[in-house]
Design a binder for this molecule. Structure first.
Ligand code: HPA
Length: 267
């Protein structure tokens, strides 16, 4: 067991969460809704990555959401922070070592579809890793050849859609394309992304999905749309806009996740 996992095992006591979540921009308030919460700053967990991106505080929260025991990672480290696609590996390996079986990933994203405006929620059905990096580069074992045919678990996707329908919250579904950032895309890149079959673009999640599959975790991922892709409206993109718009779709996604969590059968 890694030092991170050992430290967390000691701090978590009798808690045995089988579901973990990584909260992206705008989903922070979901962390505030965790009941019976034990909060551990990433800085207190040996080996955990520390992010300096505004809007991404690094805290692990153990407790219950919608009655379900969860581990919530509020904040993540992005590839663009130091060029390390494996930055989240110690955290995801620790989750797996603690017995977590399902990882729920959330992010803010730009929409490539006119019918998916800012404020929408998009369930990620598949991805395109366009950043030219992979978190498993350098991994020496044959375990590095991870199959990605079913990266986003079909049963979890069905459960997510069913939960959204049950509470009357519309959700889109599509392909997320990972750009490295931190600069936003150009209009030409957005046209390319559309041509290549993407529905949304963003700067996170894909390396975490690859790491989670490497660790044998099932993945459910969803985006909160904060803007249309560059050039689709003529407006310039900014991180301030992302932070300003994320809470709208974030509240929506939080409602769907609250309905979805009790439906998950982790094993
Ligand atoms: N591009 C990349 N990442 C993003 C965007 C975008 O338009 N919006 C929010 N995150």
């Amino acid at each position: 067991m890694s030092r991170a996992a050992e430290a967390l095992r000691a701090r978590l006591g009798e808690r045995r969460p089988r579901i973990a979540m990584i909260l992206g921009s705008g989903l922070g308030p979901l962390g505030d809704r965790v009941e019976d919460a034990l909060r551990i700053p990433f800085a207190e967990i040996p080996g955990f990555p520390l992010s300096a991106v505004s809007g991404h505080s690094g805290t692990l929260i153990a407790g219950r959401l919608a009655g379900v025991e969860v581990l919530v990672l509020s904040g993540r480290v992005h590839f663009y922070e130091r060029g390390d696609a494996a930055a989240m590996r110690p955290a995801i390996e620790a989750l797996a070592a603690l017995g977590v079986e399902v990882l729920v990933l959330t992010n803010a994203a730009g929409s490539l579809r006119e019918d998916m405006p800012p404020g929408s929620v998009m369930l990620i059905e598949d991805h395109i890793a366009f950043a030219g990096a992979n978190p498993l580069i350098g991994e020496p074992s044959d375990r590095r050849f991870v199959g990605m045919t079913a990266a986003y678990d079909a049963d979890l996707r069905d459960a997510f859609k069913a939960a959204a329908e049950r509470i009357g919250e519309p959700v889109h579904a599509g392909v997320y394309m990972w750009f490295s950032g931190p600069s936003f895309e150009t209009p030409a890149e957005i046209r390319m992304a559309r041509t290549l079959g993407a529905d949304a673009v963003g700067m996170s999640t894909v390396p975490e999905t690859i790491l989670a599959r490497f660790c044998g975790l099932r993945v459910l991922a969803a985006s909160v749309v904060t803007n249309y892709g560059a050039g689709m409206t003529g407006a310039e993109l900014s991180h301030d806009e992302t932070k300003e718009m994320a809470p709208k779709g974030g509240a929506r996604l939080a409602r769907v996740l609250s309905a979805f969590l009790p439906e998950i059968d982790p094993s």
